[in-house]
Design a protein around this ligand. Structure first.
Ligand code: 2M8
Length: 421
C-alpha cells in the first residue's frame, strides 16, 4: 500500500460519521446522494460491510413515493445553506426535496461482485428499494422521454452551462435575504454566482409551495430540462439493477422495459447542430447548444458513436488533464468555476468505465493516468483546473479518495492482471 492509498483510506475514515460519509468537512456537512454511492465503492476496497452500510443509510431515507433525496440532514449544522429550514420537506430525518444521479445500483453491482456470498443478504434488503427508486425516476421524471431535472442541483453538475437557458427563465428577484455559507469555505471565483443562488432558492421555494408534489413541479415549476447525464446514468443503472435482480432470482421484466423505453428517447437529446447529446429546455424544446461532460456519459450506457467520439477528443485535446465539464473552445468556459470547465475525477471515472466497455481501452487509460496525475500532484481535492492542474473546491474529498482507491491508482499492468474495469 502506498502513502496515497493510506491517505485515501484515512480521508474516508475521517469523513465517516458512522453509517454515512460527509463529502468533506466544513463545505458539505451532511450526507449527499451520489457522493455516498461513490464512498461505498471506495470503502468496498477495504471494508465491504461498511460499503453496504453506506448504501443502506442512503436508501433508508427514501420517501414513500420512491424518491431518494439529494441531501439527508442527519444532524443540524449551521455551516451549510440551504438547510432543512429552507427545504421544509417534513421528512424524518430531514432531507432536501429533489434527487441526484441514481448511480447506487451501478455501485451496488460493483460491490456485490467483490463478494457475492456475503453481499447477497445485503443486496436482498436493498433491491426492492432500488426498484422503487428507479420506478420513481421513470414515472415522475421521464414523462417527456429522457430524464428531466427540476433543479440544476438534481443533475449533480450544478452550474454547468447546460442549464443556462433554463435558468434564464427562473425569476430569482423575489427571493428574500439569505446568507451563503459555501463562500466561507471556498473562494467565490470557484463557486456559482449570486444570480445562480437566487434562482436555485426560487426553485426550492416553488417546490416548498406545492408541498414537494412532483406532478405539480414537473407541470408548473420554474425549471425543467432534459439531462443527458442522468439519462445515461439511469440507463446504465437500470441494466445493472436487472443484473442484480437476476442474481437474486427476481423477475426483472419491468426494469428491462424501463431501459427499453428510456433508450428509445435518446434521439430526443441528440443535437445535430452540435453533433453530440445535449441538454434541452423542456418548456420550449430548445437545445442548450453547448457540449457538457454529461454527453460523454453516453459511453456508460453503451450509447457512444463516432461523432460523439470526435467531440470528446476535440474538447479533451483542448485541455491538458482530464475531460473538462464544459467545452474549452467556447467563451463561457472557465477552468476553475465549479461545473463550468474544471475536470472532476468522479465524472472521469464514470466516463472511463463506459469507454472501457465500449472497447476504447487506450482512451480509458489516458483518462485514468491524467486523473491520477492530478491527485498525485495535489492530493484529494473536489475538482481540478484541467489546463494548469490547480486544485479547486474542498480538500480531503471523499469521492476523490474513493475514486483513487477504486480506479485512478490502478496502473495498466495491474488492470490487465485483475481484468479490472
Ligand atoms: C455540489 O452540490 C451542492 C448542492 O447539492 C452544493 O454545491 O452545495 C455538487 O458538486 C454535487 O454534485 C455534489 O454531490 C455536492 C456534494 O459533493 O456538491
Amino acid at each position: 500500500m502506498t502513502h496515497l492509498d493510506e491517505q485515501a483510506r484515512a480521508i474516508l475514515r475521517q469523513n465517516d460519521k458512522g453509517g454515512y460519509t460527509l463529502p468533506t468537512h466544513g463545505l458539505y456537512p451532511y450526507q449527499w446522494n451520489w457522493d455516498s454511492a461513490f464512498a461505498a465503492w471506495g470503502f468496498a476496497t477495504f471494508d465491504v460491510a461498511r460499503a453496504w452500510d453506506e448504501l443502506d443509510t442512503l436508501m433508508a431515507s427514501q420517501w414513500d413515493n420512491g424518491m431518494v433525496p439529494h441531501i439527508i440532514f442527519h444532524q443540524p449544522d449551521p455551516g451549510y445553506f440551504p438547510g432543512p429550514d429552507v427545504w421544509q420537506t417534513g421528512q424524518t430525518p430531514e432531507t432536501s426535496g429533489i434527487s441526484q444521479p441514481p448511480i447506487t445500483a451501478i455501485m451496488a453491482r460493483l460491490i456485490f461482485e467483490i463478494d457475492e456470498r456475503t453481499g447477497r443478504a445485503r443486496l436482498e434488503a436493498l433491491y426492492p428499494k432500488l426498484v422503487k427508486w428507479h420506478r420513481w425516476w421513470q414515472e415522475m421524471r421521464c414523462t417527456h422521454g429522457p430524464v428531466a431535472i427540476i433543479h440544476p442541483w438534481e443533475s449533480g453538475r450544478d452550474n454547468c452551462p447546460d442549464w443556462d437557458i433554463g435558468m434564464a427563465g427562473v425569476d430569482g428577484s423575489a427571493v428574500g435575504p439569505y446568507e451563503r455559507r459555501d463562500l466561507g469555505h471556498v473562494h467565490a471565483d470557484m463557486r456559482p454566482t449570486k444570480e445562480d443562488y437566487d434562482r436555485y432558492i426560487a426553485i426550492v421555494e416553488f417546490g416548498r409551495s406545492v408541498g414537494w408534489d412532483d406532478t405539480k413541479i414537473v407541470q408548473d415549476g420554474p425549471f425543467l430540462m432534459a439531462d443527458p447525464g442522468i439519462t445515461f446514468m439511469l440507463l446504465r443503472a437500470h441494466d445493472d439493477l436487472a443484473v442484480l435482480g437476476r442474481a437474486l432470482g427476481e423477475d426483472v421484466s419491468e426494469i428491462e422495459s424501463w431501459a427499453t423505453t428510456l433508450r428509445s428517447a435518446l434521439p430526443l437529446i441528440w443535437n445535430d447542430a452540435l453533433n453530440a447529446f445535449d441538454a434541452r429546455n423542456l418548456r420550449d424544446g430548445a437545445f442548450a447548444n453547448i457540449l457538457g461532460s454529461g454527453a460523454f456519459l453516453a459511453y456508460l450506457a453503451g450509447a457512444g458513436n463516432p461523432q460523439l467520439e470526435a467531440q470528446l477528443l476535440r474538447a479533451w485535446n483542448a485541455v491538458n488533464y482530464g475531460v473538462p465539464s464544459a467545452d474549452p473552445e467556447v467563451d463561457l468556459f472557465n477552468p476553475r468555476k465549479y461545473w463550468r470547465g474544471p475536470t472532476w475525477p468522479v465524472v472521469n471515472a464514470l466516463i472511463a468505465i463506459g469507454l472501457n466497455a465500449d472497447g476504447h481501452i487506450d482512451l480509458a487509460e489516458r483518462l485514468r493516468s491524467e486523473t491520477a496525475a492530478l491527485i498525485r500532484k495535489h492530493g484529494f481535492y473536489e475538482y481540478f483546473d484541467p489546463v494548469d492542474t490547480t486544485p479547486c473546491g474542498g480538500k480531503d474529498f471523499t469521492w476523490t479518495a474513493a475514486i483513487w482507491l477504486t480506479w485512478a491508482r490502478h496502473e495498466p499492468q495491474e488492470n490487465a492482471a485483475k481484468g479490472a474495469a
